[in-house]
Design a protein around this ligand. Structure first.
Ligand code: KIV
Length: 277
């Protein structure tokens, strides 16, 4: 399927008309496959840190790592709206630094939008980046960069007080200029209320069917990340066992000399004796 690259206004226009899809990508090969499958948006998530770089959390991820991978995704998927995830402490210190770091995603990696985590405390950064001309996707609920503050990787907004706070934060982020809002790990009924109260689309992950769109970590969807799989993830295919089986077969074939066979070699067309002449 061939994509028509969407813009932030196109994503807003889909609200109430058509569900929105977003998947994570971290390299050019995957980006190419996801683009040809017709995903609306690709997110170079800071989940990069855990899924690809082997960190225990998203906190250590640097701007340099994000830009390096975002640029690779752009090369693989030139025709898909690309969202770069701003890593921890790249947007909290000052508006100036938030704009400069967001700008790197656009200038150095060719992104079309950035995403950042947080509620009221990040509204100033959202406004500053939007005013500088860059679309911002916000992210509330379970925010992995500050999961420690939230008591770990837990469902958020379960009681009336925290549900009320999340609704207020969602509205504040829309007011600050965000074009879309990721809702991570909140009850489906709360996600429905937030989605109905906002003019911008909500993109859910562990937030139920009423969101305006859905995002998943691609490696989870494909069964490629075995360290842990959140309960809200649907494994559309389980690739890891097949990959391990293929690699075991390669190892066996190399050890017993059955690979490479004639079919996978280049026959020499000269007399070996000629080399020693
Ligand atoms: O980093 C990421 O992949 C994300 C998504 C899970 C929304 O933030």
């Amino acid at each position: 399927m061939q994509n028509m690259k969407l813009s932030a206004p196109d994503i807003i226009a889909k609200k109430g008309v058509e569900k929105i899809t977003m998947l994570t990508a971290y390299d050019a090969s995957f980006a190419r496959m996801l683009e040809s499958a017709g995903v609306d948006m690709l997110l170079v998530g800071d989940s990069l840190g855990m899924v690809v770089l082997g960190y225990d959390s998203t906190v250590p991820v640097t701007m340099a790592e994000m830009i390096h991978h975002a640029a690779a995704v752009r090369r693989g998927a030139p025709g898909t709206m690309l969202v770069g995830d701003m890593p921890f402490l790249s947007y909290q210190l000052s508006k100036k630094e938030a704009i400069a770091n967001a700008g790197r995603f656009f200038k150095e990696a060719g992104c079309d939008a950035v995403k950042l985590e947080g509620g009221r405390e990040v509204c100033k950064a959202v406004r500053a980046i939007v005013d500088a001309g860059m679309p911002v996707m916000a992210h509330i609920g379970l925010t992995p960069q500050t999961a420690g503050k939230l008591g770990g990787f837990k469902v958020q907004g379960k009681d009336a007080q925290s549900a009320r706070r999340l609704l207020k934060e969602a509205k504040a982020l829309e007011e600050a200029g965000a074009f879309a809002l990721v809702l991570e790990c909140i009850p489906d009924g709360l996600a429905k209320i937030i989605s109905e109260e906002l003019g911008i689309p909500t993109i859910g992950i562990g937030a139920g069917v009423s969101c305006d769109g859905q995002v998943l970590v691609t490696h989870d969807l494909l069964g490629l990340f075995e360290k842990f799989v959140p309960s809200f993830v649907k494994n559309y295919i389980n690739l890891a066992p097949g990959i391990k089986k293929a690699v075991t077969s390669f190892t066996t074939d190399v050890k017993d000399g059955s690979f490479p066979d004639d079919k996978h070699s280049f026959p020499m067309q000269i007399d070996p004796a000629d080399i020693f002449k």
